[in-house]
Design a protein around this ligand. Structure first.
Ligand code: GLC
Ligand code: CA
Length: 559
């Protein structure tokens, strides 16, 4: 396999609005991020992914871009951005941007021009269609609820298409003129020196532009956007063209946000000559989200979860590198989701971090994960900001949930769980801002915060630093990056999440005990060295087996 500069890197996602507010307006900003670069460096981060910082009306928190060449004034200026980029590089790190190109904001000048003259040149940057029999052109539902078609104001029987909010019109990828504009923009950022992109909602660019109806899957008579995507085809050549005209010329790192991919396409997506460098593995997240909405959310089940992680690893190993996450800005906190009640403690959080970061692939931490931030309980739906959460709350009510039940499923599933401000200290607002934070700070900041964990050598934060250092230790780095992945103890009473990473040089066992009771294990080979342990000691029993306490995680170098 040809080695690439990004293979052994550790990434961290920053959600700028909630990271650090430098000027007291309650909104995180670029200068705030600059002030925390040493912190990120010390955490072992090599690659920083910034969620969108472009100009935006923030209907979907910056995923609705109104100018791809400008920084949102809420976050600062282009000078601030340039300084951030310089400072990132000065520390030997890389910056990657969020690339949101399935849609733009309805306030983007392209869309404004299109609305003014749908038959004119900008009309074909988007999808305008005539309605059918007094209805929308098709029965597609948008991801955020309601029809994917919005009537064009002032025009009878004319609609435009939006897979997300109505303020996020889909861009017409079958128009070469538009593609030229997008490619120029991407190359402009690469010229500036960003190292690549996280590519948003990219599977949605392929469309059946006849927009046929599909069978309804709910009382609204509409069909899910996932079905629409699965019935479209032709994405391969589109992504190749994108890659050849942009990323490839700069040896950029790209990580795709890909849902609803056809399984047999994995090689085309992330193989040696794949469309992307990597793509996120969402298989564990799909387990808990309900089929038709959050009201159908499913509880965490250890066995199903472990199988899903193993399965994704098995499939990717001969092909390429997945990007592994436990949470992001669209998912609830991993510590709240993937740990049972009795594991809701520092040991549990460290255990989850251990087995996640040492998987084969690119580890992507999410801000606050390294201190074990948890879901934030909101007392009423009014405390939520997220457009998706509001829709899911209403949907739950329509499907017969009580207000209390609807709120409870938002408390578990809401995207705002991960978007609450970063908890830097036990000062007011968690030290995130001197002003009024744009979104509630999780009240647990008094106990879960960076400052307290800096002082405590046993904290989750210090543990994460040891964990990332281990992954990059020159003695083991190649094993963790390129080594094989082999599940271990799959049948040991069903509570052990364990695997071996192995190459010609090392055999390393990673094991965590998810069960409420201790478990004794016989590793396949003598233990040469204890590389990492989330507890003070590692016991062995009379028969020479290692004994893992509940929530204990260890990394062992085997003979
Ligand atoms: C992606 C983003 C999400 C956003 C959506 C629309 O899924 O991660 O936050 O709402 O795309 O851009
Ligand atoms: Ca600010």
């Amino acid at each position: 396999m040809e080695k690439k500069w990004w293979h052994g890197k550790i990434a961290c996602q920053i959600y700028p609005k909630s990271y650090c507010d430098s000027n007291g307006d309650g909104i995180g900003d670029l200068r705030g991020i600059i002030s925390k670069l040493d912190y990120l460096k010390a955490l072992g981060v090599d690659l920083i992914w910034l969620s969108p910082v472009y100009r935006s009306p923030f209907v979907d928190q910056g995923y609705d871009i109104s100018d791809y060449y400008e920084i949102a004034p809420e976050f600062g200026t282009m000078e601030d951005f340039d300084e951030l980029l310089r400072e990132v590089k000065a520390r030997g790190m890389h910056l990657i941007m969020d690339l949101v190109i399935n849609h733009c904001s309805s306030e983007h000048r392209w869309f404004q021009a299109a609305l003014a003259d749908p038959e004119g040149p900008y009309g074909s940057y988007f999808y305008f269609r005539e309605g059918k029999d007094g209805h929308a052109p098709s029965n597609h539902r948008s991801y955020f609820g309601g029809s994917a078609w919005e009537p064009v104001p002032g025009r009878e029987n004319l609609y435009y298409y939006h897979m997300f909010a109505k303020e996020q019109p889909d861009l017409n990828w079958y128009n070469p003129k538009l593609l030229g504009e997008l490619y120029d923009m991407i190359n402009w950022w690469l010229e500036k020196g960003v190292s690549g992109f996280r590519i948003d909602a990219i599977i949605n660019i392929q469309k059946n532009t006849a927009f046929p109806d599909y069978p309804a899957d709910g009382p609204d008579g509409l069909c899910a956007p996932g079905v629409v995507v699965e019935n479209a085809s032709g994405i391969g050549p589109m992504l190749e063209d994108l890659k050849r005209n942009t990323f490839q010329k700069y040896d950029a790192f790209t990580v795709g946000e890909v849902f609803n991919m056809k399984e047999e396409e994995l090689r085309e997506f992330i193989g040696e000559d794949g469309h992307f460098s990597s793509m996120f593995d969402f298989s564990q997240h799909l387990l808990t989200s309900g089929e038709h909405g959050w009201y159908e959310e499913r509880p965490f089940c250890f066995g199903t979860w472990r199988d899903a992680v193993f399965e994704a690893q098995r499939k990717a190993e001969p092909i390429g590198f997945l990007s592994n996450i436990i949470e992001n800005h669209d998912e609830p906190r991993g510590a709240s989701t993937f740990l049972p009640d009795y594991a809701q403690n520092d040991a549990g959080v460290k255990m989850l971090g251990t087995v996640s970061v040492l998987l084969r692939g690119i580890p992507f931490l999410y801000q606050g994960q390294e201190i074990g931030m948890r879901n934030c309980r909101m007392e009423s739906v009014g405390e939520y900001d997220d457009i998706n959460t509001k829709d899911q709350y209403e949907l739950a009510l329509r499907m017969g949930c009580t207000e209390q039940e609807a709120l409870a499923c938002c408390n578990r599933m809401s995207r705002d769980n991960a978007r609450t401000p970063m908890q830097w200290s036990d000062a007011e607002n968690g030290g995130f801002t001197d002003g009024t934070p744009w979104l509630k700070v999780n009240p647990d900041y008094r106990t879960i915060n960076v400052a307290a964990q800096e002082r405590d050598p046993d904290s989750v934060l210090h543990y994460y630093r040891r964990l990332t250092a281990l992954r990059k230790d020159p003695r083991y780095a190649d094993t963790f990056t390129y080594g094989r992945f082999e599940p271990a103890f799959e049948d040991a009473d069903g509570q052990i999440m364990a695997y071996v990473r192995r190459d010609g040089r090392n055999r390393i066992l990673v094991a965590g005990n998810w069960g409420p009771d201790r478990a004794a294990l016989s590793p396949d080979g003598a233990v040469k060295e204890l590389l990492l342990n989330n507890q003070a000691e590692l016991r062995t029993d009379g028969e020479g087996r290692i004994v893992l306490e509940s929530c204990q995680a260890v990394v062992l170098l085997l003979a």
